[in-house]
Design a binder for this molecule. Structure first.
Ligand code: CTP
Ligand code: CA
Length: 225
């Protein structure tokens, strides 16, 4: 049928979404990871595709199916995620939902590290690149709308206000991941939309698919016509 602006508000738009955890190898059999399921990022990608967008999802290792109608690039590490994101640009909207590992082991064992002696070797970590901040700071091909997420366990809004300034994104979706039942890995999410002007909009607790649809509607409204 005929597509109306309300049915497919993102027709002709390119959307990039990161989702899931990263795995940072220690040796061939071990890695550092986190509890992200990828549900919220995958839901945003699916909702953007349903809204008519050309969607690329850059996903860390997850146990959920690929969203329909979406190009999926699978990665393991933060550095591979950054490379895939940079290869995917330009985009109109970029949404950074992934729980990117903040640190990776400074060295990766070529073979399985053995117990050998009595004392375990200390695990030395180095910081990963900040994918969101890197994209938000671009002078060429910066997406029109750069959206960050913030997973917090304390002082959610105070941290969110600091984070949006530090990251340089246009909008920050903050959620309290200390909630009983667990947002990370769970089906529902309670989010606060924080704007660059300090505005805060708190949404009711909704399942992650519904949060994804409502966020996509909001992103579409924020794009210049
Ligand atoms: N992010 C990213 N690359 C990283 C770390 C975070 O792209 N190396 C993105 C996340 O996808 C999210 C936002 O930055 O959109 C905020 O992530 P968060 O972990 O809350 O913030 P950090 O800056 O890592 O700070 P901290 O974990 O110390 O709170
Ligand atoms: Ca982090």
């Amino acid at each position: 049928g005929r597509s109306s602006p309300t049915a497919a508000p993102l027709t002709g738009r390119r959307v990039l979404v990161t989702s899931g955890p990263t795995h940072e190898p220690i040796d061939p059999v071990r890695y550092l990871a986190n509890r992200s399921s990828g549900r919220q990022g995958h839901a945003i990608a699916a909702a953007a595709a349903a809204a008519g967008a050309d969607v690329t999802l850059v996903s860390g290792p997850v146990q959920i199916p690929d969203p329909t109608g979406v190009r999926v690039i699978r990665v393991e590490t933060a550095r591979a995620m950054l490379a895939a994101v940079e290869e995917t640009l330009p985009a109109d909207i970029a949404v950074f939902t992934a729980a990117v590992g903040d640190w990776r082991p400074a060295t990766v064992g070529a073979g399985k590290i053995k117990k050998d002696g009595a004392e375990p070797a200390p695990l030395v970590l180095v910081e990963n690149p900040d994918i969101l901040a890197t994209v938000a700071a671009r002078t060429s091909d910066r997406p029109t709308l750069v959206v960050g997420f913030a997973a917090e366990t304390d002082d959610v809004l105070a941290n969110a206000h600091r984070k949006i300034a530090r990251k340089g994104c246009d909008l920050l979706v903050a959620n309290d991941v200390s909630a009983a039942g667990g947002v990370m890995g769970g089906r529902d999410n309670t989010v606060h939309l924080v704007g660059r002007d300090g505005s805060v909009e708190t949404w009711p607790t909704l399942d992650k698919d519904e949060v994804g649809r409502r966020l996509v509607t909001r992103f579409a409204a924020l794009l210049p016509a």
